[in-house]
Write a protein that binds this ligand. Structure first.
Ligand SMILES: C[S@@+](CC[C@H](N)C(=O)[O-])C[C@H]1O[C@@H](n2cnc3c(N)ncnc32)[C@H](O)[C@@H]1O
Length: 219
């Protein structure tokens, strides 16, 4: 399990989440069988909840995989549009099929390529940005996300506690040291940033939700 909260708590919360969507269920099973890392069900629920409250019209996702979280977000966003980035062409093919099955092919656009390259050359504005790729690069993604995020927009970053390793060296695996150091740097940076108000939640693999408040945060 995630090593973020007790297994029995995670299990209990998961069992309370209604599973009504056949396509999403199918994608969860596919991801499990094929080791595709998609968001945990409780993170999907929080994403959906936040999007229903925040009502973003333009959403950016970094890390499409098979399109699961993009579909979750689009279902919550109603008239919102999503641009999602991934560098893996096999994943993109699957995501395209799944997004079509969901009927969202006209409102979810997939861009193939390295996220940093694409973000560097992107000039758009967004109300909600979901970061779920390249755990070691959140600090590099941030200036571009900040530049393109509208005021009162949200940056939702997944995996920020990375199997608990970010919070304690006792769980740290040697080969993950660089990612963990970079994630700690991101969390320190974003929580101290006066343009954002951030809440870190021990949910799934850890999420950081940052509201852009234009210099009014932490006042
Ligand atoms: C955790 S998965 C995304 C899961 C997806 N958000 C979901 O929950 O359904 C991360 C994805 O990011 C992609 N990725 C990793 N590093 C990337 C990078 N630098 N640029 C673009 N995509 C990247 C991987 O190919 C992978 O498909």
């Amino acid at each position: 399990m995630s090593k973020i909260v007790y297994d029995y708590i995670e299990e209990y919360i998961r069992n309370l989440i209604p599973k009504e969507d056949d396509l999403l269920k199918e994608l969860e099973e596919y991801a499990l069988l094929n080791n595709v890392p998609i968001i945990h069900p409780e993170v999907a629920q929080l994403l959906s909840f936040l999007i229903k409250v925040n009502k973003p019209l333009k959403i950016l996702e970094i890390g499409t995989a098979i399109g699961y979280s993009a579909i979750v977000m689009k279902k919550a966003a109603l008239s919102g549009r999503i641009i999602t980035i991934d560098r893996d062409s096999d994943m993109i093919k699957l995501a395209e099929e799944n997004i079509k099955k969901a009927g969202f092919q006209d409102s979810i656009e997939i861009i193939e390529g390295d996220a940093l390259d694409i973000l560097t050359n992107m000039d758009k504005d967004f109300d909600f940005i979901f970061i779920d790729a390249a755990k070691g690069q959140y600090m590099e993604f941030f200036p571009h996300c900040h530049r393109m995020l509208n005021n009162e927009g949200i940056i939702f970053a997944d995996n920020v506690l990375f199997r608990g390793m970010v919070a304690t060296n006792e769980l740290l695996i040697r080969r993950k040291i660089t990612i963990v150091k970079r994630m700690r740097k991101y969390l320190k940076f974003i929580t101290e940033n006066h343009d954002y108000e951030t809440s870190i939640l021990p949910l799934g693999d850890g999420v950081a939700i940052s509201l852009k408040s234009g210099g009014l945060a932490n006042e």
